[in-house]
Design a protein around this ligand. Structure first.
Ligand code: ZN
Length: 140
């Protein structure tokens, strides 16, 4: 069964996200900050990661950098889910992620994005690109 890790500090949002992905048949791990997420990614090797940006201890940007800089997990598909990202944010343009979703994001779009990334499997992010897949929903 595919494993998805969700990094989200808001309990209410996390609960909804976990329910949505579990209902779709995924095994869902949840971390409440970036540091915990990084430790879980190294330990559990999830098939994909969905991360918030604003989190205590380590934010989503730092988590993405840490994963991309770690030889054992650097190819893990990652997507951002944020409510505080503005169009044109330069960090979004160079972030080594597969998709950027803005809250509130419809459940079917969340599911389509993450199951698509899980099916795509591990892949490199060497060049600077907004999205790995032009047909993936990237709304920044
Ligand atoms: Zn990717």
């Amino acid at each position: 069964m595919a494993v998805l890790l969700i990094a989200e500090d808001d309990e209410d949002i996390a609960r909804v996200l976990v329910r949505v992905f579990k209902r779709a048949g995924l095994t869902v791990l949840r971390a409440s900050d970036g540091q915990a997420a990084l430790e879980m990614i190294l330990l559990e090797r999830p098939d994909a990661v969905l991360t918030d940006l604003g989190m205590p201890r380590m934010d989503g940007w730092a988590l993405i950098e840490a994963v991309r800089g770690h030889p054992e997990v650097q190819d893990t598909p990652m997507a951002i889910l944020s409510g505080h990202l503005h169009p044109g944010d330069p960090r979004a343009e160079t972030a080594k992620v597969c998709a950027i979703l803005l809250k509130p994001c419809p459940n079917d779009r969340l599911l389509a994005t993450m199951t698509g990334l899980i099916e795509a499997g591990p892949h490199g992010h060497d060049s600077t690109q907004v999205s790995c897949y032009s047909d993936m929903p990237v709304s920044v």
